[in-house]
Design a protein around this ligand. Structure first.
Ligand SMILES: *Cc1c(COP(=O)(O)O)cnc(C)c1O
Length: 236
């Protein structure tokens, strides 16, 4: 398949899974995960109408966002930072990111709030939750979520719009269905406090498991290799 066929194929699968889960076409957003691929490849998708792109490393993201800006910023791109962020890089997000998916510590949240305050800006973000229980994964433990949410809501520059997770890597997406279901249950438990949005964002599902994630309530899926092709290094 060429690029256009791959995009249409994913859009089609998203649409079917959305309808299967009893929702309306357009209720699930596609973020094209462009990490390791050059801006040129991103722009080809942007010319096909894809607007949202996800990067997982700050430096790579800043480089591409600046390059896009210098080229005049068309076609428009909404950038998502989907990977772990070190506190000393927090400033790089200000004014550049449409949605930050990986809020995972109070120290990071406080640093972000501080830089946003200085620039009189706000930032939309999702709290990353570790639903797989793997120690290597970033994210809040489900049991810590409530308290973390209270602390973050006290930071006026952060707009918490929902939750994000990475399920365990698996060949069989059915195996991770319970992990997606858990994130959904957690989002329902904090829903009253997400006053910035009418429907909380649930960022879950990647190339191998996005259809199952949608069936379990994802409102946003992050698809990389099925659109851009295989990556030559394994990314965290
Ligand atoms: C790389 C990455 C993805 C996309 O993974 P694919 O398997 O290539 O679709 C999604 N989410 C995060 C956080 C990632 O780092």
């Amino acid at each position: 398949m060429n690029q256009e066929e791959r995009l249409f194929d994913i859009q089609d699968k998203i649409k079917s899974a959305t309808l299967t889960s009893g929702r309306k076409e357009g209720d699930v957003e596609l973020v094209a995960v462009s990490k390791t691929f050059p801006l040129e490849d991103i722009l080809s998708f942007a010319h096909l109408g894809q607007v949202d792109f996800g990067e997982n490393k700050v430096q790579e993201f800043v480089h591409k966002a600046n390059e896009h800006h210098e080229m005049g910023g068309t076609p428009p791109i909404s950038w998502h930072l989907i990977g772990h962020l070190q506190r000393n890089k927090a400033k790089e997000l200000v004014g550049r990111v449409h949605l930050f998916h990986a809020l995972d510590s109070l120290r990071l949240a406080t640093a972000l709030n501080h830089h946003l305050e200085d620039a009189s800006q706000t930032l939309s973000c999702l709290i990353q939750v570790n639903v797989s229980g793997e120690e290597s994964k970033f994210g809040m433990e489900p049991a810590e979520l409530n308290q973390f949410m209270d602390s973050v809501l006290a930071l006026p520059r952060l707009r918490v719009e929902g939750l994000m997770t990475l399920a365990s890597p698996t060949e069989n997406p059915e195996e991770v269905r319970p992990q997606f279901a858990l994130l959904r249950t957690l989002s329902e438990s904090v829903r009253d406090r997400l006053t910035f949005v009418s429907t909380p964002t649930l960022s879950m599902g990647m190339s191998s498991d996005f259809e199952v994630a949608i069936e379990e309530g994802a409102t946003l899926v992050r698809v990389g290799s099925s659109l851009f092709g295989g990556r030559s290094y394994v990314s965290a």
